[in-house]
Structures are given as structure tokens and as C-alpha cells.
Design a protein around this ligand. Structure first.
Ligand code: BGC
Length: 719
């Protein structure tokens, strides 16, 4: 299997298919929508790391003018989906070559007209898009192809372009949108080559420009246009290398396919005995490859990848906890870029800490360029009153800073690149530890430091005390701050001296040491269960179906002050289970097993980040068959419709890169049992009973290894 495919047009799945058939190259993502779609059907070319705010609406990422916009006219009538019903429709995505394809037929008054289109976001040149659009009639007649650039783009909280510059110069069409907040320009240019004689005219309106290509068709003859397009912006990291005038579709396509082949040589995972799982996992990897910020400076990945403006195009803890593992073992430079983004945006995190009266760096819950906090205090809308609901994700999800420190640790272990500490990594970690130090509380007669008023990964319980996950991650942060500071003291002494002068490390480090030793870490109770936060066991022990049955409106938010889950033990996503998987060596299999059994039935899995953690922990207990369905859930997050698309009245659809990265983690760290010991990979596999084996490549400390696992053997070879 190498393709996802549909053979029928379903109007109700327009939003889902936009995600399902996405193409992209890290600089932008192209939703898998059809060429004729206008903004109601959510087509978009979503730009990485460019944001804009309109009035007091949410600040969000920007969509470029759309140079793929194309439709046909026959007998004066526009034939386009979903407005005109088609006779047949096929759409597919070749995940190994990064090519999107569609074929649609309509019955016109004269006969059948067939449209075929293939397109790709170039993986070889991040600014380029190619499209080959063909039309064929089963009669002698006339057809028009209307093709150009649509500047009237889909926005959630737009319009972001307050000014649009439209031009036609030497057959090259161009639309530049200029954002209102910062005056950033985003330009789409395109050129079309035809293999037939046609009458061509150009038309403009105040947002768009397009050509009408009038074709006198001969029965069954195929008329093809090849479009090459370039997207650029005024804040690009790299110049546009493709000259639009000389761009050649076929060369562009070959270069892109070759670039994809190189990526797959390292990143493909093979599974013997389960084609469905193999494809779902590689489909997840495809998406991770489409959004990797390759050759970009200081960019990270948004929670919905490049599939649109949902979650404001912002970067969450998702990147560090769920995605970076894949990149650090397949393209370590990408992983480094992700961490550089955090290093380079530390001033945003400092400003946020300051806003809350804390020291150090408190990273944004929804981070935009420069570390700007994109998360609103009112993050959803009450379905009953239609009023914005106060949530505390922005204020209280302190665990985000520790996730970044955890990612530094994973990256350093995987790559051996301690140098990143001297490139700002150590200061980032020290600043995170300073933030946590300013959160610690001790009761008058208490011995241990407590952390109050937090939101853990389970967002349904807000403002709790001593969340097990958060406290453990804070302890980890202190420990790493101590360890890495000692490291730079020995290895990068002049950098250490600079930091010492700034932070008085000789005094600060001992404080971090005692903070790590004296922070309250929740222990298993007499039944082996770790309480998620103070008072959790006292909440109503209702089941997930019971709590779901209490919803009056299906879009109602489960958390917040009076959500249906808030006063029960039902949780949104892995919390204690996430902690156990992060710190697997601290706990026995028995404790892991007991907590899985306790928390799994109480987990709604209302976040796509949840299933992979349960899957991973099940593997650590040796129960691969229990892990398997949760792994499949994670790997299939964008394979089939039906994912959660609403919180309150806010649309949250899009691709799910954390779930995709989590599927890779569950497969490679869970089923294959990968660990890095003294800089080398070792595997202790725990395969599902119907799998015969697994093969994959990983890069560890600069060396490429091929891992070949069968039922009774593990073979790890340097390539
Ligand atoms: C989850 C968060 C996650 C965010 C973005 C929310 O639904 O609860 O943990 O970071 O989605 O994926």
C-alpha cells in the first residue's frame, strides 16, 4: 500500500479530506482540498511561523494567496464541487512521493467532461508548488479552464491581508497580501504552460487574478496545463531559488520525488505481518515529514501542523513531548531547529514569567513567533450562553517549560550534541528551573515543597494542587539544571563564567539541588495507585459513558468550572500514565500495570495525545497486545473521519502531529523497545502477537543503524 484513496465524493467530509490529503514541505502546508474550492471549503496554503492579529480576535497563522485555484466552465456553466454534482470522483495521495491526485467527471449538456489533476508541494525547493491539470471531453466542443491566484483566502480570525497587490507581468500572475498587524507580505506567483493552442485572456478583481483558457476540444483528446508556482514572504529564512520564469514542471516534480525518496530511505518503518499497521504508521510519518522545518531557522511545529489556523498555528508542548523523538532519530538537524526555536524565543517566555510574577522562563502554552503567548484566557465558548469561558490553560499549565527541558535531555542522549547547551540550551534550562523555583511553596509545618494551583496534562481538572505529573517534571527540571550546569562548567568554562556572572550559579545550583530533593513526589498508595492530584480520589468515581451521558449538547466542554467531568475522576488524557512512561526506570512493572488498569477506564482520550502514552506504558509492562489498539488509534488519527472537531463552539479540526509522533514513539520505543545506553541503541522488543517482525533505521549519535527485529532475534547494524 502506498496511497490513501477515496472513490466517492462526500460533501460532509470536505474539512476532513483537507487534512487527510494534505501535502506540505515544512515551509507551507497545502490542504488536500480541490482546486475549485473557495474559502467556504477551507482550501489553504498555511505558512509556517507567520502570524497576524485582526482587532481583538485571536492571533493566528497566515494563509498565502492560493495559486492552485482552478475550475472549468462548459456551455457558460461552472462545473465545480461541491456545487455541481459529479458523475464520479476519485482522490488519492501517494505518501511516498508526496503527490496529490484527483479525477472527477461531470455530465454537461454536451456530454461527459473529465478533469484530472496532480499536484505537489516541492520537497526539493520549499517555495515551489507544481500542478498538472488536464481536461478531456467525450465530445467535440468547447471548455474553458479558469486558473489563477485566489487572494480571497480562508481565515478563521481574519481577514489578515489588509492590502492586496495584484499583477500580471510577462505571463506571470502574482498576488501579494500584506498583513495588517506587522505589514508582512506573502506572495504567490504562478506561470502556466499549455500543450495546445488556446485563446487566453486575463481577468482581475480586487483580490484575485486568473486566466481564461478557451479550448476547442476534440472528442477524447486530453488538454493539459502545467502550472509552476512560487510562494515567498518578506520574512523568509531562505531566498527563493526557483526562478518562476524558467521553472519546469517535470523537473520540479522529479526533484521533489527524489527528495522524498531520500527522506523515506531513513524514515520508513516496515512491519511484518500487519500491512494495516505498517501503512498507518508510515502515513503518520508522512505527515511528520510534510511539516518538518527543514533548513529553516528557529521554527517549530504547530499543534495542527500546517493544516490550517486551528489552535492559532501555535506551538504547544506537543512538539517536545510527542514529535521531537521522531526527528532526533531520523533528521537530527530538524530536532535541533525545534530546540533552537525555544532557545531563540526565551525572551517571550521571560516576559510571560514576569507577567505572572515569576522568575525565569515560563514558555507560552500556545507559542507564536518570538515566543508570544497566543493562548487566550477565554479558550472556548459556552454552548448554552454563547459566552467565552474562562479556562486556565494559559495561566496554569506550568508543565510546558519542563517539557522543553525533557526534550533537551532526549536530544542530547540521542545525538550526543552537548554543544547545544553552550548555544543557549543551558541558559534555557536554568531559566526554566528558576521559574519553577519561584512556584515552590512550603506549608508552615511542612517538610516538602508543594506546587499549588496548576493544570496538569488532564485539562478537565483545573487549578489543582500537587499534580503528580507536574511535580515530577519540575523535579526533573531541577536535576537537569544541576547536571548540565556542572557539564558546561567543565566543558565550556567561558560560557559557564558568563552564566555564573548573570545568575550567580554558585549560589543558585545548590538551591536547585535542594529543590529537587525536597519537592513532593506522589507515591503509590496501598493499592499501588498514584493519585493524580490532591483530592482526586475523593471525586465522584463515575465512568466515562456515565459522564458522557450527562452532556446536554454534544459540543459542550467537559472541563472548566462546571463541565461534566470537572467533579469526577474522568480525565481527558494521559496524566499519571504519561509520567510513568517518562520515568519508566523509577517504577516497577506492577505499579505501571496497576495505574494503567486504574486510569485507562477513567480516561476519555479526549485529546489525540492520550492513546500513545497508554500504548507505550502497556509495552513497558510487557503487554503488547493491550498496547496495540491504542497504538492504532494514535497512528490512525488522520486516517479516518470522526476525530474530535469541537471544544465548546470552537473548531479544533486539523491534522494531529503529536498523535503521529506518539505513534512512532509507541512503535519504536514501545514495540521495538529502543533505548539509548551509553550512546548506543539497544532494543528489548515486545511485539504484538500477530507481528512477525519490524525493520527501521535510526540515527544515534551521528551513526545510522538498521534495526531488524524478528520474533526471536534482534539485529542492529551500523550502515
Ligand atoms: C490537549 C493539549 C494539547 C493541545 C494541542 C489539547 O486538546 O489537551 O494537551 O497540547 O490539545 O494539541
Amino acid at each position: 500500500m502506498n496511497k490513501v484513496k477515496i472513490n466517492k465524493y462526500l460533501r460532509e467530509l470536505i474539512p476532513f479530506h483537507g487534512n487527510h490529503f494534505l501535502t506540505g514541505n515544512g515551509y507551507f502546508g497545502v490542504r488536500g482540498t480541490l482546486e475549485e474550492y473557495t474559502k467556504e471549503h477551507m482550501p489553504c496554503i498555511n505558512m509556517a511561523g507567520i502570524y497576524d492579529r485582526v482587532g481583538d480576535k485571536w492571533r493566528e497563522s497566515v494563509n498565502a494567496p492560493n495559486p492552485l485555484y482552478t475550475y472549468i466552465v462548459s456551455g457558460g456553466k461552472k462545473y465545480s464541487l461541491p456545487d455541481v454534482e459529479c458523475e464520479s470522483h476519485m482522490q488519492e495521495l501517494d505518501i511516498y512521493r508526496g503527490i496529490h491526485m484527483r479525477k472527477t467527471t461531470w455530465r454537461t449538456e454536451q456530454g461527459i467532461v473529465t478533469v484530472t489533476c496532480e499536484r505537489f508541494a516541492s520537497m526539493a525547493n520549499q517555495h515551489a508548488i507544481g500542478m498538472k491539470y488536464s481536461v478531456c471531453t467525450n465530445y467535440d466542443g468547447e471548455v474553458e479552464i479558469v486558473t489563477g491566484i485566489d487572494g480571497d483566502v480562508w481565515d478563521i480570525n481574519g481577514p489578515h491581508f489588509t492590502k492586496l497587490l495584484i499583477s500580471e507581468n510577462d505571463k506571470i500572475l502574482s498576488v501579494t497580501g500584506i498583513t495588517g498587524e506587522m505589514g508582512i507580505s506573502v506572495t504567490a506567483q504562478e506561470k502556466v504552460c499549455t500543450d495546445f493552442d488556446a485563446e487566453i485572456s486575463t481577468e482581475k478583481n480586487n483580490k484575485s487574478v486568473f486566466r481564461r483558457i478557451r479550448i476547442k476540444t476534440q472528442k477524447d483528446k486530453i488538454y493539459t496545463i502545467k502550472k509552476t508556482a512560487v510562494i515567498s514572504s518578506s520574512v523568509d529564512d531562505n531566498p527563493v531559488i526557483e526562478d518562476i520564469k524558467s521553472a519546469d514542471y517535470d523537473k520540479m516534480k522529479n526533484d521533489s520525488i527524489n527528495a522524498w525518496e531520500k527522506i523515506w530511505e531513513i524514515s520508513k518503518v516496515e512491519i511484518d505481518g500487519d500491512d494495516e499497521a505498517e501503512f498507518a504508521l508510515n502515513y503518520s510519518i508522512y505527515h511528520l515529514n510534510c511539516i518538518a522545518p527543514r533548513n529553516l531557522k528557529s521554527k517549530s511545529i504547530a499543534a495542527r501542523g500546517l493544516s490550517g489556523q486551528v489552535y492559532k498555528g501555535a506551538v504547544f508542548w506537543d512538539t517536545e513531548m510527542f514529535m521531537i523523538d521522531y526527528y532526533m532519530h531520523t533528521e537530527p538537524e530538524v530536532a535541533k531547529t525545534l530546540l533552537k526555536y525555544r532557545i531563540d524565543t526565551i525572551n517571550g517566555a521571560r516576559a510571560k514569567a514576569d507577567e505572572y510574577g515569576l522568575q525565569g522562563a515560563y514558555y507560552a502554552w500556545e507559542s507564536q513567533e518570538g515566543g508570544i503567548e497566543g493562548c487566550s484566557e477565554y479558550n472556548t465558548v459556552d454552548v448554552f450562553t454563547k459566552r467565552p469561558m474562562r479556562t486556565y490553560f494559559r495561566d496554569k499549565q506550568y508543565h510546558v517549560s519542563a517539557a522543553i527541558v525533557y526534550a533537551f535531555m532526549k536530544y542530547i542522549n540521542a545525538t550526543g550534541d552537548y554543544g547545544i547547551l553552550a548555544e543557549g540550551g543551558a541558559e534555557t534550562i536554568i531559566e526554566c528551573a528558576r521559574m519553577y523555583r519561584s512556584l515552590l511553596l512550603k506549608k508552615a509545618d511542612g517538610n516538602l515543597y508543594e506546587v499549588h494551583d496548576v493544570v496538569g496534562p488532564d485539562e478537565y481538572h483545573e487549578r489543582v494542587n500537587n499534580n503528580a505529573y507536574t511535580n515530577r517534571m519540575i523535579k526533573f527540571c531541577f536535576e537537569k539544571a544541576v547536571e548540565y550546569t556542572e557539564y558546561i562548567k567543565n566543558k565550556y568554562s567561558s560560557y559557564y563564567d558568563k552564566l555564573n556572572e548573570k545568575y550567580d550559579l554558585d549560589k543558585l545550583i545548590p538551591l536547585f539541588k535542594t529543590s529537587a530533593e525536597e519537592i513532593l513526589i506522589k507515591q503509590p498508595d496501598e493499592n499501588g495507585i498514584i493519585e493524580q492530584f490532591d483530592g482526586y480520589f475523593g471525586l465522584e468515581d463515575a465512568s466515562v459513558p456515565e459522564v458522557r451521558a450527562r452532556l446536554i449538547d454534544p459540543k459542550e466542554y467537559w472541563g472548566g468550572a462546571y463541565g461534566v467531568a470537572a467533579d469526577t475522576q474522568v480525565i481527558k488524557q494521559a496524566d499519571v500514565v504519561a509520567m510513568l512512561s517518562m520515568f519508566k526506570d523509577d517504577y516497577s512493572k506492577d505499579i505501571m500495570q496497576k495505574n494503567l488498569e486504574y486510569y485507562e477506564p477513567r480516561t476519555e482520550h479526549g485529546s489525540s495525545l492520550s492513546a500513545c502514552m497508554y500504548s507505550l506504558l502497556s509495552c513497558y509492562t510487557g503487554d503488547a497486545d493491550a498496547a496495540y489498539p491504542l497504538f492504532m488509534k494514535s497512528a490512525s488519527a488522520d486516517m479516518a473521519p470522526g476525530g474530535k472537531e469541537w471544544i465548546g463552539l470552537i473548531y479544533i479540526g486539523g491534522t494531529h502531529p503529536a498523535s503521529e509522533g506518539g505513534a512512532w514513539i509507541a512503535a519504536v520505543k514501545g514495540f521495538a523497545g529502543l533505548d539509548i545506553i551509553e550512546g548506543k541503541p539497544i532494543c528489548r522488543p515486545c511485539l504484538p502477537s500477530h507481528w512477525q517482525g519490524m525493520r527501521f533505521n535510526i540515527i544515534v549519535q551521528g551513526k545510522l543503524y538498521c534495526v531488524n527485529i524478528s520474533k526471536d532475534k534482534v539485529d542492529i547494524k551500523i550502515q
